[in-house]
Design a binder for this molecule. Sequence first.
Ligand SMILES: *Cc1c(COP(=O)(O)O)cnc(C)c1O
Length: 432
Amino acid sequence: MNILDSTKLAILGGKPIRTRPYPKHTTQLGDEEKREVIATLDDGELSGFSGWSGPRFLGGARVRQLEADLCVFFGVQYAVTFNSATSALHASLVAAGIGPGDEVIVSPYSMVASATCVLMCNAIPVFADVEPDMFCLDPASVEMNITAQTRAILTVNLFGQPSNLASLSRLADQYNLVLIEDNAQSPGSQYGSMLAGTVGEMGVLSFNYHKAIQCGEGGAIITNSDELADRCRLVRNHGEACVVDMGRGEMECQLGFNYRLTELQAAVAIPQLRKLNSLTAKRQELASILENGLNAFPFLRPPIVRNECTHVYYVYGMRYIESVLGVSRDIFFKALAAEGVSVGQGYVKPLYLLPIFQKRLPYTKGCPYTCGHYSGEVSYAEGICPNVEMLYSRELLTTEICRYPNNQDDMREFVLAVEKISDQSNSLKSLA
Ligand SMILES: *Cc1c(COP(=O)(O)O)cnc(C)c1O
């Protein structure tokens, strides 16, 4: 191979900085998880739930252990596990009493379930814009979107850091709304002296394979409200069928589903939760190495951490400023990807631009939009959230390398790839 090859940009035919694949996201499953799973199999009772009232209404020993551990970790009174964060999001809205005719303010910059859970309640998701620098719901935009129909704010603690929860809580108090935190991406991040997920009336967690800790699929709601916790438990376990026996008259019409977590999943999640703090520390250490390296490049802005908060770097989100380097984000992204480092651009399309919202057809016959209970008017037009559209189409670059088992060398390679492109950006200007 020509000696020049390693200096030439990989996108132009040179040798990439990195040729090794990244380790699979096996999320540090180890002997502890194996032991718990074997013990569960030996017990043979793979789900401890029953639909009748009584102790088994609350699930098996491991599900209850996981919930107790979550309460200790987050410093909350109640944790209710679910078979996914998507189920938990739906249950949180049902527990909050959201239904036909109601609007819920959501973020357009998230995994789709953060908005479609509202449709699952036959209610209307209303998208507010995000902050241009921290990517979470912008309280000013939330306030502008509050109407007589608004019942809740569902904010997403995106990429690993909390939303502006003080301002959102103030709005919720002022307008008598329920504040729910989708905290699937940010367990363990601090909001002042509190943990993200515990500031709103309910916080939602995910334990799916990709998240900070995982058991394949799983989720939870954390809350300090006994009534909300009870409602969540009912939604998780077929609802009204058992309420009559439980003497909870006022909940006797609670519609429910089967959102129950199995003992096997809880067996994996219990030791995973014990590892969360050390895994978070690893993410933060790697992110700080990456940031030190990236600070040399004025066209790439590392994540900004909110005052008195911590970031747990589920996703490392950077803003790319095209005018500084004079290369489009698309070309920069392709050049970086060609160097073999992990990179993504744009995150997700602003959710309101997806067909389900553009066509307003989550159900047949136009519900919930044309439903007789809905008297509002929601817009999903392009342009309603300029910040998220700008981040999606022009500025955001992401990487997910700040996590175990990656190490300093993986961070240095990313920085080297950026440096190489920066040094030779002129050679990219010929690419369209
Ligand atoms: C992953 C994720 C979800 C969905 O989690 P599941 O457990 O897969 O249902 C919801 N919201 C956000 C912000 C997520 O990142």
